[in-house]
Ligand binder design. Structure first.
Ligand code: HEC
Length: 116
């Protein structure tokens, strides 16, 4: 009986360990936040900031993006929009950023969805 109980405890502990390891590597895990901080510096480097304000810093030609992640939480939408804004938003005055490498578009999108 007691062997059985400790066996169960071990199995439970092992299961929790597995759950914990997998929860750390997805969603808000280290990979995504590293990407988002890369995106943050790209936002200035790629010229987004010239047209968009975030927390009071940036230009006025485009909408303020301080809370864009609340309205537009889908990273895939952001990638499509940056690649060809007019396709997602007909008549958009935003230039296309399709020449940026996919990894930089992903990083920018990861950053944008954190702006809540
Ligand atoms: C020349 C000015 C300009 C630049 C540079 C620019 N944008 Fe824009 N952006 C706009 C305008 C104008 C809009 C509104 C039309 C639209 O939604 O496409 C817009 C819209 C957006 C939106 C949608 C905002 C909303 O609230 O609906 C996002 C997100 C965005 N831009 C991100 C970016 C990112 C990221 C970059 C850099 C890679 C960038 N923009 C560069 C002008 C610009």
């Amino acid at each position: 009986m007691s062997t059985n109980t400790s066996m169960k405890t071990i199995i439970l502990a092992a299961a929790l360990t597995v759950l914990c390891v997998s929860c750390g590597s997805q969603g808000k895990g280290g990979g995504d936040s590293a990407k988002a901080s890369e995106g943050k510096s790209l936002f200035a480097k790629a010229g987004c900031q010239g047209c968009h304000k975030v927390d009071g810093v940036g230009g006025n030609a485009g909408p303020d993006l301080s809370h864009v992640g609340s309205r537009l939480p889908d990273t895939e939408w952001h990638v499509r929009h940056m690649q060809d804004p007019g396709k997602v938003r007909p008549g958009s005055a935003m230039p296309a950023f399709g020449s940026l490498p996919q990894s930089e578009l992903d990083a920018l999108a990861a950053y944008l969805v954190t702006l809540k």
